[in-house]
Ligand binder design. Structure first.
Ligand SMILES: *Cc1c(COP(=O)(O)O)cnc(C)c1O
Length: 338
């Protein structure tokens, strides 16, 4: 089976498991776990920020970050398609009493900065207090470049907003751009970085940021039930991932291009990938038949009208070629006619 549903499906390699087995641990709620501390320090240093904090998930890391930035009744400006707005159960509103101010993402994934500026509320008792601008990179597999990010953080600074970056896949962006993450993310107050996606750890996200914000996020993490104990065994996987699995993301990007070219050559409408995500247009009528056809060929995909295929370190070139062959051998006209 080649599983292209997401880059979260990777399994830890023997070398990663070895690092996990050897990890020194302690009770991290007491601050006693040396491996967690090492991961938090390493991640903060990579981003040129003061402190790091290990979370079980990216959702909890984003929520704790938003709650660290915004008090009850304050507002975050974010994208309509942002994970923090659309895919986290409304947690910032439900658990943080934070008002979201969503703006439509442009086709390249950015927000129109004139619209951001216009959305910042004046100091007037009718309005929520706009506190935070939250962006995402990559977003839907698209890379947001440094020029835009620099303009966005400058605007936020000018308007007195703090900034959060959902960098679940920030290393995909950094590898694609050939920029170190401290340069790419310069100016953001906090960045949330998933270790369990393309980087291949079984779980974990690290939030990096200014020390005051990270200290607040630590209290909030405990409140959200995210204080973990001998969790160095997971942090060891994260450290291993940061040391060994960043540069190799280029191979996932190359595989995504190979996949897109192959499927396109077989007559499907495919969006040119920027990182490790390929989107293929699928007729509604043939969706179920395609999903079954791919599964029978050993290719696991979640079919939808805009089907997303994600490459990762457990999908090698032979798996990619198998997926291409399975798309090519699907008889679309027959399936639609049925
Ligand atoms: C996966 C993801 C998250 C958080 O993920 P968890 O599944 O909670 O670890 C946050 N933002 C983006 C953009 C993501 O892709």
């Amino acid at each position: 089976m080649v599983d292209l549903r997401s880059d979260t499906v990777t399994c830890p390699t023997p070398a990663m498991r070895e690092a996990m087995a050897r990890a020194e641990v302690g009770d991290d709620v007491f601050g006693d776990d040396p491996t967690v501390k090492a991961l938090e320090e390493r991640a903060a240093a990579m981003f040129g920020l003061e402190a790091g904090l290990f979370f079980p998930t990216g959702t909890q890391s984003n929520l704790a970050a938003l709650m660290a930035h915004c008090a009850r009744g304050e507002e975050v400006i974010l994208g309509q398609d942002a994970h923090t707005y659309k895919y986290e159960g409304g947690g910032a509103a439900v658990l943080g009493s934070i008002q979201p101010q969503p703006l439509a993402n442009l086709p390249d994934g950015t927000l129109d900065l004139a619209m951001v500026e216009a959305a910042v509320k004046p100091d007037d008792s009718h309005f929520a207090i706009t506190r935070l601008l939250a962006l995402e990179n990559t977003i839907g597999g698209k890379v947001i470049g440094r020029d835009y990010l620099a303009k966005a953080v400058t605007l936020a600074w000018k308007k007195g907003l703090s900034t959060h970056l959902d960098g679940a896949r920030i290393f995909n962006a950094a590898v694609k751009l050939g920029l170190p993450v401290d340069q790419l993310c310069a100016g953001f107050d906090t960045v949330s970085v998933c270790l369990s996606k393309g980087l291949g750890a079984p779980a974990g996200t690290v939030l990096v940021g200014h020390s005051g914000l990270v200290a607040r996020a630590r209290r909030i993490r405990k409140m959200l039930g995210g204080g973990m104990r001998q969790v160095g065994i997971l942090a060891a996987a994260g450290l291993y991932a940061l040391e060994h699995n960043v540069e190799r993301l280029a191979a996932d990007h190359a595989n995504a291009t190979r996949l897109a070219k192959g499927i396109s050559a077989a007559g499907w409408e495919v969006e040119t990938p920027q990182t490790n995500m390929v989107f293929v247009k699928v007729d509604k009528a043939s969706g179920a038949a395609l999903q079954a056809h791919l599964a029978a060929a050993g290719v696991l995909v979640l079919v939808s009208p805009r089907t997303r295929l994600v490459t990762h370190l457990d999908a090698d070139e032979s798996g990619i070629d198998r997926a291409v062959a399975a798309f090519a051998s699907f008889n679309r006209s027959a399936a639609v006619a049925e």
